[in-house]
Design a protein around this ligand. Structure first.
Ligand code: ADP
Ligand code: MG
Length: 831
């Protein structure tokens, strides 16, 4: 059965169960019709059938109960769905909407009612939508239609809207105002007082200019008045204002009331010409983000029409139970209110509802994913205490407490019978690699295969070397593997070697494969992959993670990241993973000293670099990308590299690394730096995460005020990896930029978590996690730092998934759609 048909079937069965009260869908079947039409069309149902079904649904509320039942049956015949054809027809005396369905509907057993209730639907909430007198015409277009189908939007306007990311009607409905102008509580000019910050509405009465005598300053002034009085607006040396101001213009004016020669004035006010039509209603008016050549007035008007027409047609996927229990505004009203609020209070409710939805859908996706995973079985891998102690004793160092704790957690996962899904978070340098090595050894020692994927070749090589040292150490007589049982597969691997590796994986002679995304490419087939590890997981897309997992049958999975994630965020985005935290650094690390240095003191930094190189160390110098006039992304690094090499460090060797190098060129530069062919690496932000160059002790970040906190912290993590004292030098563009909060934060702490919390607060989750964490780009209203909202939405999402893990219940059909809509990549993984 097609998805659209199946959905009808489920909803109609519920409608039958509820006695044809038009309650199976919040807002009524007539409302559901619109979205169904689009879906059916997308699935290629014949247009005539679609139109027939749509008109039956639109007229549904106007019919008596037996008529309703018959009309649904008719849909069964139109679409040829036996289950719908045979819906029950109730007795004629029953009238719609007299009593709550559960008491009225005699045809249905207590049992079915109880079941329905259990699935999370509220027992009795009265529907407010009564039968509409004029049946609406069946929709000829869906909400997914392009913006050009809206009256008043032509090709030209559509192109401008596209720049704002608005391609469909739905995009527009969900294009929320950036802020609002509240004309509902305006001040009259006669009531203005000195010193107040106000907004007034007034007409321009007189525009004049004069020059002050003593300083010769040009002054533009405009006398504006409303019906109660007038006030002077004044601008100094801004003659261009004359180009905008006209007599009789009607303006919204904001500013601070001051005095000039004893009269009230506003200096340099903010003003905007306003549309009287909107203001007659004295309402709160939306202010949208714009793009060039698109006017606020035009967009407001179009939005007003679109929202009025479409918001009421959007069915609410939330169950009545949640709507009531969480005290949520219904979706249609919320969408209308967020654009054109009736009051500040209703705006607040609307925003709450929509923010709730964002978190709710995010959670639903994450939980459904988790539920899918935990319902699977995985092989059990146990190891003896003695064996483990022995392995650990072979390590070149003692494990930290944090490392031991995580190891215990992983050991438990491996014996649980369910696939491990663990995220290991540990700040840069906390020692995640050795944990990965131990996890691999526990499984591989039991005869299965393991895989370890890193984002770049140089990292993969680095891991290859350390894992060989840890797991195949010739001096360890209890070693888990022989050296040749561990192999490296990267882009550069020769064709011959690749073939050999592929064969070895398939026949099981290779037990651990380390590599880049080359690992997940097609020809790679494992004989029995049972554990997969992903390093720096934020560098991989969701599909790549899924691809690695699919190389085995429910393998255990450990993903590792050095990006510290604040608790609130971890709760939501990683709700599907178990979290392990390594909040302790191995002993003996020298703390990195971080300093903000003014640009004029740069010479001191160069001196530091020279002396560090003399002592046998290396240094990084990072530059930001610079946007040039013609939008060509030029890098300051390229120019500076030349200058540094020639003028500043003629005796040292400086390498250059930037984004426009080919991947293999990048690798080559980094390799040379690692092998100490360069003393200094001049680079853009492409400096790879996870790069372990213990010999580097200086990290200089130029124009440091341009980088985000998380990024600065990552840069800093490139040094301080050895036992020598290291330095992180932040140079802002100007001395005044030194007061930058992020730089001060960097100077104040080395703790990645503390910094992450701050960064999140400053920049929001999208920026923080990067676009690869797809779910987060959808958070427009929800503030991820609002733990209470998150916890509430999460509670309801949990309830839903617990009661109906597959979201297969009829009342969850629209919710399932909404979730899939929210998670466009839902065939894959969701985090
Ligand atoms: P990250 O967590 O950033 O991946 P690594 O695993 O690369 O960190 O470890 C950083 C360095 O610390 C490595 O050189 C590693 O050998 C060393 N190391 C790891 N654990 C310990 C420990 N318990 N004691 C001392 N050094 C350790
Ligand atoms: Mg690492």
């Amino acid at each position: 059965m097609r998805r659209s048909t199946e959905k009808l079937y489920k909803i109609f069965k519920l409608e039958e169960e509820l006695g044809y009260q038009n309650r199976a869908v919040v807002g009524g079947l007539e409302k559901f019709s619109g979205s169904w039409v689009s879906e059916a069309r997308a699935e290629g149902l014949p247009e005539t059938s679609i139109q027939q079904v749509s008109s039956i649904l639109t007229e549904y509320p106007d019919r008596t109960i037996p008529e309703r039942a018959r009309s649904l049956q008719k849909i069964g015949y139109i679409l040829d769905v036996p289950g719908i054809k045979h819906l029950n027809i109730p007795l004629p005396e029953e009238r719609p909407q007299e009593k709550p369905a559960y008491t009225q509907n005699k045809n249905h057993s207590e049992e079915s009612i109880r079941k329905t209730r259990q699935k999370g639907r509220a027992a009795a909430i009265k529907r407010t939508t009564g039968p509409s007198p004029v049946p609406a015409a069946p929709p000829t277009q869906g909400i997914e239609s392009t913006t050009t189908t809206v009256h008043g939007i032509g090709q030209k306007q559509a192109a401008l809207l596209a720049k704002l990311g608005l391609h469909t009607i739905e995009d527009m409905v969900y294009y929320f105002p950036r802020r609002y102008d509240d004309y509902s509580s305006l001040k009259l000019i006669k009531d203005l007082k000195y010193g107040e910050e106000v907004t007034v509405l007034a007409y321009v009465k007189r525009i004049s200019t004069f020059t002050t005598r003593n300083q010769g300053r040009k002054i533009v002034q405009a006398l504006v008045s409303d019906d109660t009085g007038s006030i002077q607006l004044m601008w100094f040396n801004q003659e261009f204002q004359l180009r905008y101001l006209r007599n009789n213009m009607f303006l919204s004016i904001s500013g601070k009331i001051e005095q000039y020669l004893g009269r009230l004035v506003i200096y340099h006010p903010e003003y905007e010409q306003v549309d009287k039509e909107q203001l007659n209603t004295k309402r709160i008016v939306p202010v949208y983000a714009l793009t060039a050549r698109l006017s606020q007035r035009w967009l407001r008007r179009v939005m007003y029409n679109v929202v009025n027409q479409w918001a009421p047609k959007i069915p609410d996927y939330m169950t009545e139970y949640i709507l009531k229990d969480a005290d949520l505004m219904d979706l249609s009203s919320a969408l209308k209110e967020i654009h054109y609020p009736e009051s500040t209070a209703s705006l607040k409710k609307a925003r709450y509802r929509l923010a709730f939805d964002e978190i709710f859908l995010l959670q639903l996706g994450v939980l459904k994913q988790k539920q899918e995973w935990t319902s699977q079985k995985a092989n059990v891998y146990t190891v003896e205490d003695e064996w483990l102690t022995n392995q650990i004793s072979q390590l070149p160092f003692e494990l930290t407490n944090a490392q031991s704790k995580v190891l215990r957690e992983i050991r438990e996962d491996l014996t649980s019978g369910q696939p491990m899904n663990r995220l290991l978070q540990g700040d840069v340098g906390s020692g995640k690699t050795v944990i990965a090595a131990m996890a691999l050894s526990m499984v591989i020692d039991n005869g299965a295969q393991g895989a370890f994927m890193a984002p770049t070749s140089i990292l993969a090589e680095q891991h290859y070397a350390s894992l060989k040292r840890l797991l195949a150490n010739q001096e360890n007589e209890n070693r888990v593997m022989q050296e040749d049982e561990i192999r490296l597969l990267i882009g550069d691997t020769s064709a011959r070697e690749r073939e050999e590796i592929l064969a070895g994986l398939e026949n099981g002679s290779i037990r651990l494969l380390i590599g880049t995304h080359a690992l997940i490419e097609d020809p790679v087939i494992f004989q029995n992959l049972q554990i997969a590890i992903i390093d720096e997981q934020h560098r991989f897309g969701v599909r790549q993670r899924a691809a690695l997992r699919s190389k085995g049958v429910n393998p255990h999975l450990l993903v590792m990241t050095a990006t510290p994630i604040p608790r609130s965020l971890a709760l939501t985005v990683y709700g599907d993973l178990d979290l392990s935290l390594m909040d302790e650094m191995p002993p003996g690390r020298q703390p990195i000293s971080t300093h903000i240095i003014f640009p004029v003191e740069r010479e001191r930094v160069y001196t530091l670099i020279r002396s560090q190189v003399e002592a046998g160390h290396q240094a990084f110098i990072i530059y930001p990308l610079v946007e040039q006039g013609d939008n060509d992304e030029n890098t300051a690094a390229v120019d500076e590299h030349e200058r540094l090499q020639r003028e500043i460090f003629p005796k040292l060797k400086a390498g250059l690394l930037h984004g426009r190098l080919r991947p293999d060129e990048k690798e080559q530069v980094m390799r040379k730096f690692r092998d100490r062919e360069f003393d200094i690496l001049v680079a853009t932000s492409v400096v790879e995460v996870g790069l372990d160059i213990p010999n580097a002790t200086v990290m200089v970040v130029e124009s440091a005020n341009r980088f985000g906190l998380a990024q600065l912290h990552q840069f800093r993590g490139r040094v301080g990896r050895g036992s020598d004292r290291s330095y992180c030098i932040l140079i802002p563009e100007t001395s005044s930029a030194a007061e930058n909060e992020r730089l001060l934060a960097m100077e104040s702490t080395n703790d990645g978590f503390e910094l992450a919390e701050q960064d999140l607060r400053q920049r929001g989750p999208g920026e923080f996690l990067g676009t690869r964490q797809s779910g987060y780009t959808n958070l427009r209203l929800a503030n991820i730092t609002d733990i209470r909202l998150i916890e509430r939405a999460q509670t309801y999402a949990k309830q839903v998934i617990e009661n109906d893990p597959e979201l297969s219940a009829p009342e969850h059909q629209l919710m399932l759609d909404a979730m899939n809509h929210y998670w466009p990549s839902s065939e894959g993984e969701r985090s």
